[in-house]
Design a protein around this ligand. Sequence first.
Ligand code: SAM
Ligand code: SF4
Length: 388
Amino acid sequence: MKEPLSEFFYQSFHSLAGAYIHIPFCKQACIYCDFHFSTLEKDRGAMTMAIIKEAQLRKDFLPQQALKSIYFGGGTPSVVPIADIEKIIEALDNLYGIDASAEITLEANPDDLNEAYLTELSRSPVNRLSIGIQSFKEADLSFMNRAHSAKEAIGCLESLAKYGFDNYSIDLIYGLPNQSPEDWLWQMEHLKTFDIPHFSAYALTVESKTKLAYLQAKGAVELKDENAAKHFELLQDFAKKEGYEHYELSNFARPGKRAVHNGSYWEGTAYLGLGPSAHSYNGKERSWNVANNALYLKALEQDGLALEKEILEEKDRFNEMLMTRLRLLEGISEREINSFSPVFQRHWLKESRKLLATGKLVQFSEGYRIPSEWRFFSDGIAADLFYT
Ligand SMILES: C[S@@+](CC[C@H](N)C(=O)[O-])C[C@H]1O[C@@H](n2cnc3c(N)ncnc32)[C@H](O)[C@@H]1O
Ligand code: SF4
């Protein structure tokens, strides 16, 4: 029997969609990173043309409506010339149209944000930057094998206003080996000096096959979960005191400055992902491109696509909804739970009751959320509620 699509599917499919473009190049490998990237320079020009071709071949993936957000992520998009970024934006405009108020974000690393690059960026349609600061401390940056210095991190933040960038975000990483609570507080004091509109703070995670995993396995570094949990608590206090909304597990914004594009992932609206390793979702189907530059380019050269896809079952959509919404300040709405079939509603009632009793979940007028004291454990709590 064909599965009925939830009301939420129709909402997702008909709200304005976003496009994600994965730029798979970096200057050097950071020790913790398992995102897809290559440090080779040779395919950079060809990649832009292949991404544009992919957008053309897949133009029916999204509804024919103007895009509400475009996000260049990576890898390191700022290693690519602005002219190439503009070509991709122009192609998307020709295919879908871009909403007049669309958020167009570029992830950039501090060592690329020199005067010439910022001047060109300020004349381009890019209207938001996400800057990979990670730490303001030289020793941390060198431990992580970042390509930039602390001086460059501070320098680029100081010059943003001069080029008209008042909408930007920075990324920080906490829970580093040997990072004390005082060290982490020091990072937040630095953040405070720049009146930053939005920031993301991630707990350092050991991903397999990274240099960090290798160092941990041979006992050269030690990561303590309780350290990260303590840093998260300090982060929550800092955000509250400084007027940031802690609107998603790892994301903090001044009022009105929440990230529009990332909201597509967290709220379940449609997005088209272009470039090697990029994922796409249209409410019904999920697809992911091959995480290999040579294979991606070869397929596009032959007017083909190198992707795999799956039709999401209602169970997958339900579990995904739990995983993303429970990371949000607003949590899950009763209405969304009721848009699933009765079997899922019954499952929710049974399983959520246990968590409500322990205080890991709280009910409010429109739905359910994880209270701040349990928020660090959001992913584990969501997994406890999965329909298996
Ligand atoms: C994949 S990077 C892309 C942006 C850009 N290349 C940069 O380095 O800032 C996106 C963010 O993910 C975070 N990240 C990646 N791997 C991580 C890990 N293993 N643990 C914690 N944060 C991680 C970093 O903060 C990084 O800024
Ligand atoms: S963290 Fe960013 S710069 Fe470092 S390897 Fe990953 S994508 Fe590249």
